[in-house]
Design a protein around this ligand. Structure first.
Ligand code: ATP
Ligand code: MG
Length: 723
């Protein structure tokens, strides 16, 4: 291969970076300017032109997906060459690899287990209880933050001095207790991975020297989101002779809340005074309307390093702004827009839907399912597959059918009620010997005194609980039944006590489940089923069947954080409302608003061809209905680049495709139904039209009734009155 080809398809500035003499570099540039492309080509250049053995290169990316992608891109650039010796990965995966190789040097068993954030919090909780800390004065979640923060700063308990501060002394004690327990059990949390890897360098200069000699070329993508320990680790590894190329964008720093330091960029320039800064200014990703919107938005932040970003691309379509009147309308709007995109020849996997927090996904998921649009949630779990939702559904299933062994197994000891594995084993054996279900086995075990007294009592209580949950909710509408079961099964309380961020999210999701049952409309074909059974069927079908296989073309759904570094021709940013985005929390903490704005900048700059931003004037989230106003970020966009999408426009477009219709007649005629119109139905009462399909005598209306859920009705037959 002629390696000068590596420079084809690059602009002058990019070439300068890719073909720069070996040394230290900062590539500082805005979104979509080719930073990641430069990094990839630089690696290929080092191998192909500078003859650097690939084993001498380490590349750090922000996600594992990005690591795989980079490896793949370099391999294809170099044609057949396989990259065996090169280390490419996230800080965590590289630290993990290092620690496994040198576990003795850092006092870890080779098969040490990694604790995720959830496990970590559970362990801390348990230890704090064991050591009788008052959870009110010392919330476990705060202990978690404390410990992780100290680790991110490279600090062990013995580095810390509380002085006269009693509170601080206690935090340090918790840190110590937790660390001792982890060490005994061979457990390593995420922050610990990085800290141990750093300590390896400090403790074992010989090992450090070996790696310094090996990794003479270090490249780091998304550098603006490195924290202190990550920076120090790189700094030590590079020493004074290593060659480091960092690429980043201060405007895309979105992990400050997790300890990332934008200042690391300046620190790098202080530590490597000879480092050259290369700025890329041409954006290759987005149209002018999208790029100008992003530029204008981010100009509202202060203390930026400052960058110019322009594109040769045309203006493109204006950025669409859609004011939905509620979250269902917003979701339907997104699904109908995706359909229009497809009809226009667009591809499914070119679309991405981005939101601020995972709990916003449910309504969107349901709309996509209804519209038969396959989707994949990237970096998150589908709503009905989440642990807490499955727990709640298992209770409901057991109420509907005592013989559901899977549901039984799931909730028999959730929340914990002292029914251990031994008891369960006896029950499981009984099911085999007597050919009965677990529920029946409990009865046998109790009657025949096969269990210890305590276990027997616990089982009896469990049976009573399930029976009474059924009796007490028999007459209730489905949503009230669901709510009652969540609250009285002990699930709600259990997750409420799990105080960390995860616990809060789980509670929000449980409340979302109640909203889901409230909105659920039993399809006609299952008229005979109880509402509960119909809903459970719906949930399990949704959880299983519509899950797209990894290779199937899908709409990608993800949080804005997860979207960093990615790009899509067609992007929807939803829920862009004050209190959601920027989040309510961010309005209370200094500096957080600017981080939210950077997150908005990240979101906007994911779009290549077409971007639509939407917000809902009223939103039911976490079980509550709230009025919202459009996010300030929308008002910060340049007027000439945006276009409000009015209902009239959307309805007209959808109609034109469905049938021949005279849109203006439709919109002027009194008999015409518009989305958002309040109506009254003889039997169902007051509702709001949330969707209109078909024309003239075929017009079908989807109406959200205040007390009867959502229904599709044929306009000509429904005898609706406008109110
Ligand atoms: P982000 O800040 O979002 O991570 P980035 O700066 O890393 O963005 P890339 O993802 O490397 O940008 O590039 C953005 C897009 O522009 C990619 O599709 C890339 O292939 C394309 N691109 C980059 N440089 C050029 C070029 N010189 N000519 C044509 N396309 C380019
Ligand atoms: Mg990038």
């Amino acid at each position: 291969m002629d390696f000068s080809e590596l420079l084809d398809g690059l602009n002058d500035k990019q070439r300068e970076a890719v073909a720069a003499p070996i040394g230290n570099y900062l590539v500082l540039a805005g979104a979509g300017s080719g930073k990641t492309r430069v990094l990839t080509h630089r690696i290929a250049w080092l191998i192909g032109v500078e003859n650097v053995p690939e084993g001498n290169i380490m590349a750090v990316t922000f996600t594992n997906k990005a690591a795989a992608e980079m490896r793949h891109r370099i391999e294809s650039t170099l044609a057949e060459q396989r990259l065996f010796g090169m280390w490419v990965g996230t800080f965590h995966s590289i630290a993990n690899r290092l620690l496994r190789a040198h576990h003795l040097d850092v006092d870890l068993p080779q098969d040490f287990q990694i604790l995720d954030a959830d496990d970590q919090l559970r362990l801390i909780k348990r230890l704090m209880k064991l050591h009788q800390f008052d959870e009110k004065a010392f919330p476990p979640k705060q202990a978690c933050w404390y410990i992780n923060n100290k680790k991110d700063e490279g600090l062990r308990p013995h580095h810390l001095d509380a002085g006269d501060d009693r509170q601080e002394r206690e935090w340090i004690r918790i840190y110590q207790i937790y660390q001792d327990a982890c060490n005994r059990a061979g457990l390593v949390d995420f922050a610990e991975l990085l800290l141990r890897a750093y300590e390896l360098w400090l403790k074992k200069p010989v090992i450090l020297a070996r790696y310094q000699q090996r990794f003479q070329h270090i490249l780091v993508d998304e550098f603006q989101d490195t924290n202190k320990i990550q920076y120090d680790w790189i700094r030590l590894l590079a020493g004074d002779t290593g060659n480091v190329m960092i690429v980043g964008d201060d405007d895309q720093s979105i992990y400050g809340w997790r300890g990332a330091k934008i200042e690391n960029i300046q620190q790098f320039l202080r530590d490597y005074p000879k480092a050259q800064t290369i700025r890329l200014e041409q954006n290759y990703r987005s149209t002018n309307n999208i790029l100008n919107s992003a530029n204008q938005l981010i100009s509202n932040n202060h203390n930026r390093l400052g960058k110019d970003l322009w594109t040769q691309d045309g203006a493109g379509e204006p950025v669409g702004i859609y004011a939905a009147f509620n979250e269902l309308d917003e979701a339907l709007f997104v699904s109908s827009q995706i359909n229009i995109w497809l009809e226009d020849g667009g591809k499914l996997d070119d679309c991405a839907v981005l939101y601020r927090s995972n709990s916003q996904s449910r309504v969107l998921e349901e709309a996509l399912i209804r519209a038969n649009i396959p989707y994949r949630i990237y970096g998150g779990m589908r709503f009905f597959e989440r642990q807490e939702i499955k727990d709640a559904l298992a209770y409901l299933r057991l109420i509907a059918n005592r013989q559901d062994d899977a549901a039984f197994e799931r909730v028999i000891n959730t929340p914990p009620r002292g029914i251990g594995d031994r008891t369960l084993d006896i029950l499981r054996n009984l099911t085999r010997e007597r050919q009965v279900t677990l529920w029946q086995a409990t009865q046998i075990a109790i009657h025949e005194n096969l269990l210890a007294g305590r276990a027997s009592t616990a089982l009896l209580r469990f049976r009573e609980l399930i029976n009474s949950l059924q009796q007490e909710t028999e007459e209730m509408p489905l949503f009230a039944q669901t709510d009652f079961v969540i609250k009285h099964s002990g699930l709600y309380e259990m997750y409420q006590q799990e105080k960390g961020e995860k616990g809060e999210v789980r509670i929000e999701n449980l409340e979302e489940l109640v909203s889901a049952t409230r909105e659920f409309v039993k399809p006609d074909e299952v008229e005979d089923m109880t509402d509960l059974t119909a809903f459970l069927t719906h949930a399990s079908l949704e959880a299983g069947e519509t899950q797209a296989s990894p290779h199937q073309a899908c709409v990608e759904m993800m949080t804005l954080h997860a979207a960093k570094g990615l790009e899509f021709p067609r992007v929807f940013m939803v829920g862009v409302e004050e209190g959601i985005f920027p989040s309510a929390m961010s309005l209370m903490e200094q500096g957080r608003l600017e981080e939210e704005r950077r997150l908005a900048y990240v979101g906007i700059t994911r779009a290549k061809k077409k971007l639509t931003i939407s917000y809902a004037e009223s939103r039911r989230l976490y079980g509550k209905e709230e009025r919202h106003v459009a996010s300030r970020f929308i008002s910060e966009l340049p007027k000439e680049c945006i276009q409000e999408i009015r209902l009239r426009g959307t309805v007209t477009r959808a109609y034109n495709r469905a049938a021949t219709v005279n849109a203006s007649a439709l919109l002027n005629d009194d008999a015409v139904w518009k989305m958002g119109q309040k109506v009254k139905h003889e039997k169902f009462g007051i509702g709001t039209i949330i969707n209109v399909e078909g024309v003239e005598s075929n017009t079908r209306l989807q109406i959200a009734f205040q007390n009867q859920g959502i229904k599709w009705l044929i306009a000509a037959l429904a005898k609706l009155e406008k109110v």
